[in-house]
Write a new protein. Sequence first.
Length: 471
Amino acid sequence: MRKFSLKTVLFTLIISMFAASSICAYAVDIEENSFSKKEIKEDVEFLFNKLEKIHFNLYFDSNKEEIKEKLESMMNNMDNSVSDLEFYKRIVPIISMLNDGHTRISLPDSYIEKLQLSANLIPIQINVSEEKLFIDNILTEENFDKYKGCEVLSINSKAGKEIYSEVKNYVFGKQEAYRNTCISKNFKALYYLNNDLNDNYTLELMDFNNNKVKLNLKGISNSECISFLENKKNDTQSKMYEYKVIDENIALIEINSFNTDFDSFKGFLDSTFEDINNKNIKELVVDLRKNGGGDATLGDLFIEYIYDGKYKRIGKYAFKITEEIVDHYEKNHWMNEEQIKELRKNIGQNYEAYKIQASRSFTEKPVFDGDTYFLIGNNTFSAATMLSSIVKDYNIGYLIGEETGGLATGHTNSYSFNLPNTKLLTGVSFQYLARPNGLDTKRGVLPDYYEKDIEKDALDIAVEIIKSKSY
């Protein structure tokens, strides 16, 4: 389903949201808005009234009383005048306790603007694993991939483990691996919530020989980050979807997002499968490891290009019938006029569907009749998890990699609204969806072959399986 557009997701090195902007970087102070304790209390009450009203089961994986105690403690210790950023830093760790990847609060605009305009951003990309920070890339020519994989022991004398403990409170979702992926993608935005912008940064690393290494790095601007990565053609600049032939009989389709329009994606699939069939390719690898979701209809379309049977995306479907959600359904044309009228007659009730019929919506038959291998991982979320569930439950192909970051059965789709005073943009899950077989394992989609078990990259595993076949 469509994901809530969180501003932290913009912050894959503060790139995606304003890559096209021509803002000059300079030292600047952005004035933060201040709010009274009364206004903050109003926002908190409004927030939880909305969450409890709209979410199908808000406390499905958390303790309601514990969260209420945290809220009371927060308000008791709140100053009489608080900035929107300080409120964000206090409320988000409580929302994070709900363990719902689609229920979240966006960073304040003033904070984003401050980082946009700064010339003192730390020039690193981070990967997170097992509660530790590791260097992905350093954004300098001399050190770009020299220290890739080295553990970050400290930044400006603050221990890496302490930094991890800070930033983990500002991400959402149940799966630890998915949370770690969110930290990795949004490290800069999260890091500066508890750390200052500096002209220079001193990093202490542990290299592969267990030697400590000190690095002194100069802060850089957002435009410098973008320019450097464009020159390196880094993975953060990857296309939304891409097709290539990686071996004489192996095609690779990378689908990095479902946030695109239906016709464009269909056009891509038509031309791709025409080429695959013209070359008589019978082995297809589909990479969903970077796919954080979008329009689940695109996943359905893809299934029909490779699968000859009827299928259903979900086995169970439920939501609370509220004014907000009925308006949302009507605005997005998710139900017809008669269905909307029927919903409006039942405000305050639950809508539940447990006998969903399998069908096909786009093609009479598939266009590909070979074998398919899907690569999945911790960043496979939302609509991409749904696609993985269909593959798993209908035995459509092999699944290789790691458990998906999104749950196979759970709360999804996000309704967004602003808090009345601080105006912080908030999203709340409003649908409960079960995977096609209807089971709730409280896990993501599990692969048939795990990367970590075989100690190889998922793509290499797929190629090895294919090449071991006898033709």
